[in-house]
Design a protein. Structure first.
Length: 183
């Protein structure tokens, strides 16, 4: 059901932004695992049929819906390191940018930035999990988020969306992407 909601969201986005618009995903906490899992399944579907029929039936062939235009991924307060403990050697991450991005946007470069607050007991660096993550993740970015009551303790997990150390670099990168698409 969650994959179905994700698929419908990408379908709506493709209808509004265009079928081959660059895809930027910004996800927080459990949402980072949901996004990673869904995008992984999309990337693996070329090799093996793992998407449920109910999800495939709701999708069109728009490149954005298929994850082929994935350019940017920002994970905030991500427990991917904990989630990946269930796999030998921490498993295999998604490819960011999509290996097919250059077919649609030859001048775009992608990135996966994992923002984590050191006091956040849910979030961890992920670039160091294994060689595959080291290649997929552009960088782990330690940030201090939240007000004076939150930034030094686990409550910081709730403050990524308003932290300038998180929001400003994402906005800057989105502006850069926009200027590359609209010179």
């Amino acid at each position: 059901e969650i994959h179905g909601v994700f698929a419908q969201t990408l379908r709506t986005l493709a209808a509004k932004a265009g079928p081959d618009a660059p895809l930027c995903v910004i996800a927080h906490s459990l949402g980072t695992i949901i996004a990673s899992n869904y995008l992984y399944d999309l990337q693996q579907s070329a090799e093996r049929d793992i998407l449920p029929d109910s999800v495939k039936e709701s999708m069109t062939d728009a490149p954005l819906e298929q994850g082929r235009t994935l350019a940017l991924l920002y994970t905030l307060g991500s427990p991917i390191a904990l989630w990946s403990l269930r796999y030998p050697d921490f498993g295999k991450p998604i490819c960011v940018p999509s290996p097919l991005l250059k077919e649609f946007h030859p001048n775009l470069t992608g990135e996966w930035v994992n923002f984590y607050a050191p006091p956040d007991v849910i979030a961890f660096p992920i670039k160091t999990l294994n060689e595959a993550y080291a290649e997929a993740v552009t960088r782990d970015e330690p940030v201090w988020v939240g007000n004076v009551l939150m930034r030094w303790n686990p409550a910081s997990h709730l403050a990524y969306w308003t932290g300038k150390a998180v929001v400003d670099p994402i906005v800057d990168r989105l502006c850069e992407l926009w200027h590359n698409l609209n010179p």
